[in-house]
Design a protein around this ligand. Structure first.
Ligand code: ADP
Length: 316
């Protein structure tokens, strides 16, 4: 009898690319000063690209949709995503606008300040998204964030919604989202800061998180998952509230991209048909593992590590 091959769950990400040009220096230069720094590094990032890689490392069949420039940064993204097995054929190379960049400056105290220039990301249009209709329609889950224009993201949500594809919106960076868009979202995943910015309700404890989640449900979203850092995540739906605790982490190294790892993992678990609570547990393992490694993309965990964490209860 031929061996049955289980097909991978399909996840499509419509989102951003941001090349991080990281500078390490003793301090920030004063006005007019030229300062010699210590280190430089170039890292692929952006919430869209990070979440696509996060889902791919959890063994999904991932397609990324977005815009990069016709420049060396764009080349780097194609190489990075291809090496992760992410489908790149719907990524547009913008001839007029360069790839989005971020320039974090990290000082001797480890304090970070960053200037972001989104460039090609800001040129994404609903027509670009329409060209990737096939990839959205065939997915089990669609992941969106707010680093590209809202009308492009909303178009992707519309295509997904009318084809029964689960729409996950990570509302980051937080900004006002039209109700027409929220009504097309199945799962909204803010962190505490974003939940507070979206609702105006202070989210510092479970009570605040519940109030904010209730308000977000009232705006038309089906499920709200507020990520609570080291405390895990709170799931809110019509049925009520449930906090799913985080996994144990011995030493937090760097929390960058914990949210991206969480969302990538969540999308894969849901695309595989796991019930919500199990999917959040899986996502908590992904987020927990991400804080044990320095950097964004390098910290996104592989499936085998996620499964090990789920067995042992510890992120190592
Ligand atoms: P963001 O990175 O978007 O600010 P959070 O800080 O809420 O998001 O982290 C996302 C998820 O990562 C959390 O819900 C949790 O699962 C995991 N996580 C983050 N920090 C820790 C930690 N210190 N210990 C264990 N898990 C963590």
């Amino acid at each position: 009898m031929p061996k049955q091959v289980k097909s991978k769950p399909k996840v499509t990400v419509v989102g951003s690319f941001m090349m991080d040009l990281v500078v390490k220096a003793e301090r920030r230069p004063a006005k007019g000063e030229t300062l010699v720094g210590q280190e430089f590094g170039m890292f692929c990032g952006g919430k869209g690209a990070n979440q696509a890689v996060a889902a791919a490392r959890c063994c999904a069949d991932v397609t990324m949709v977005g815009r990069v420039g016709d420049d060396i940064f764009g080349d780097k993204f194609f190489d990075a995503l291809k090496s992760e097995g992410v489908e790149t054929k719907y990524i547009i190379r913008d001839k007029e606008n360069g790839t989005g960049i971020g320039t974090p400056v990290i000082d001797a105290h480890g304090d970070n300040s960053i200037i972001i220039i989104p460039r090609a990301n800001t040129k994404m249009t609903p027509a670009d998204v329409e060209k990737a209709r096939d990839a959205i329609e065939k997915a089990s889950a669609l992941i969106l964030q707010l680093e590209i224009p809202l009308d492009a993201s909303e178009k992707a949500a519309e295509i997904a919604r009318s084809n029964g594809v689960k729409v996950i919106l990570n509302p980051a960076p937080a900004r006002k989202i039209p109700e027409s868009f929220l009504k097309k979202v199945d799962i909204l995943t803010p962190n505490e800061t974003e939940a507070q910015m979206l609702t105006g309700i202070s989210v510092v404890d479970d009570e605040g998180a519940k109030k904010a989640a209730k308000k977000l449900l009232g705006m038309g979203v089906k499920d709200v998952i507020i990520t609570l850092g080291g405390r895990g995540a709170m799931w809110a739906s019509k049925a009520g509230f449930k906090t799913i605790p985080a996994f144990k982490v011995e030493k937090v190294i760097d929390t960058t991209a914990a949210g991206d790892a969480f969302i990538g993992g969540l999308s894969v678990a849901l695309a595989e048909g796991k019930p919500m609570e199990d999917a959040i547990r899986f996502a908590n393992a992904c987020g927990g593992l991400a804080v044990t490694v320095m950097g964004a993309m390098p910290s996104l965990p592989k499936r085998e590590c996620v499964e090990k964490t789920m067995c042992t209860g510890k992120c190592e």
